[in-house]
Ligand binder design. Structure first.
Ligand SMILES: [Zn+2]
Length: 118
């Protein structure tokens, strides 16, 4: 297995995910290493504007949802990179069985076999 190529692909994805997270999220002060969706800037000029407030709530909800997805993916990417470092890449971290190559090909960040996919 060419782990160098996989490492590169995963590192590229990690950088991209962190960049995207930077756009929609801020570091979670209560959860080190975690993120929370960015709150949009409140409209100080016209705080009573209900339409604007509704829009901001919408932006915040969307940021939260995107943050959750990006964060979950980032965790997987980091776990896969760790597995490469530890020499356990391609092995299910739950049952220690070899992960099917087709699964790894479809998802380089997979650290579980198909039976233990979350
Ligand atoms: Zn498994």
């Amino acid at each position: 297995m060419n782990t160098e190529e996989i490492t590169q692909a995963l590192q590229t994805e990690q950088a991209l995910l962190e960049k995207e997270l930077g756009g929609v999220a801020v570091a979670d002060s209560e959860n080190p290493g975690g993120f929370v969706g960015k709150e949009p800037d409140m409209n100080d000029e016209n705080p009573a504007d209900v339409v604007e407030q509704g829009h901001e709530q919408e932006v915040f909800s969307r940021n939260q949802a995107i943050t959750g997805d990006l964060e979950a993916r980032l965790v997987h990417v980091k776990q896969a990179l760790e597995a490469i470092t530890n020499g356990t890449y391609g092995v299910c971290r739950v049952c220690k069985e070899t992960i099917a190559p087709a699964r790894l090909e479809a998802n380089k960040a997979a650290t579980t076999c198909i039976n233990h996919a979350d």
